[in-house]
Design a protein around this ligand. Sequence first.
Ligand SMILES: [Fe+2]
Ligand SMILES: [Fe+2]
Length: 142
Amino acid sequence: MTKISVVVKNASSSPASSLIESTSYQLGYIEMDKSHDEFVELVNKLVIADNTEFVNLFQDLQHHTEMHFCEEYLLMKKSNFPALAEHHSEHQRVLGQLAYFRARAGLGHIKLARAFIREQLPFWFRTHILTMDSALAAHLTR
Ligand SMILES: [Fe+2]
Ligand SMILES: [Fe+2]
């Protein structure tokens, strides 16, 4: 059974704290687990970044997520994953959010982008791992 433990802290906790704390949400498919570890690391760096670092790191997160989703798309395509369209559509939705908040951050609306990173993204990540990515990993390792 897949064990997943992504801890999302209260948004009012110390800004120096990590939003996602986990080494145990592994899905058992090494390429996916590696991407997810890197994603968590980037989000946690964003939480403690100053405003200049934040904009650069947000761009890194956007690029990393594009790669992450592209890798999953290829895995879905190669393995004839039945929920490819639904999973891909969800990825596209999140890429749209990342593009929007990155653009806002670039225009100086850092607070708005920080709120997205702290209050929305960790919850999305946890849900996505537990549902769509978990289903994909199970399909790939069946
Ligand atoms: Fe993923
Ligand atoms: Fe995914």
